[in-house]
Design a protein. Structure first.
Length: 129
C-alpha cells in the first residue's frame, strides 16, 4: 500500500461564503506518484481543483488558479490518496484527505462544523478511489 502524503492549511474553518456550488471532480483513477489539490475562496464560495500534477507546488498553483477569486487558498493537497471539501448549511467549510475517496468524503463532512454538510468537490491522486 502506498503512503499518503498531504499538506493542509487547517483541519476546518468556519467561513461565510456565498454562491457555493457543487462542481465536478477528478476521475478516481489518476496517474501514480502525481499530486492533487483543492483551493477555496471564502468570499465567493469558488472551488478549484487540480490533479495529475508532478509536484505539490504545481498542483497547489493550478488549484488556486482554477478557483478564480482573489482570496483563493489551497486547503488540502495529496499524493497517492484522495481529498474532499465539504460545506455545512451554516457555510462552515471542512476538508480532509484519506487513502480512499469515500474516506476522504466522510472526513470532510465530519470536519465541517454544523448541520447538513455535503461534499462540494473531490480529487484523487495515484491509483485510488
Amino acid at each position: 500500500m502506498s503512503r499518503i502524503r498531504s499538506t493542509t492549511t487547517r483541519a476546518a474553518t468556519v467561513a461565510v461564503a456565498t454562491g457555493a456550488m457543487v462542481i465536478g471532480a477528478a476521475p478516481a483513477h489518476a496517474a501514480p506518484g502525481t499530486w492533487a489539490a483543492i483551493a477555496i475562496s471564502v468570499q465567493t464560495g469558488n472551488i478549484g481543483y487540480a490533479y495529475e500534477y508532478p509536484s505539490a507546488s504545481a498542483a497547489s498553483s493550478a488549484a488556486v488558479e482554477e478557483c478564480g477569486a482573489r482570496d483563493c487558498q489551497e486547503v488540502v493537497r495529496v499524493t497517492n490518496g484522495c481529498a474532499a471539501v465539504a460545506q455545512a448549511e451554516n457555510l462552515a467549510w471542512g476538508w480532509a484527505y484519506a487513502a480512499s475517496l469515500e474516506e476522504a468524503k466522510r472526513a470532510a463532512v465530519r470536519g465541517a462544523p454544523g448541520e447538513g454538510a455535503r461534499v462540494l468537490a473531490w480529487v484523487c491522486s495515484g491509483a485510488h478511489r
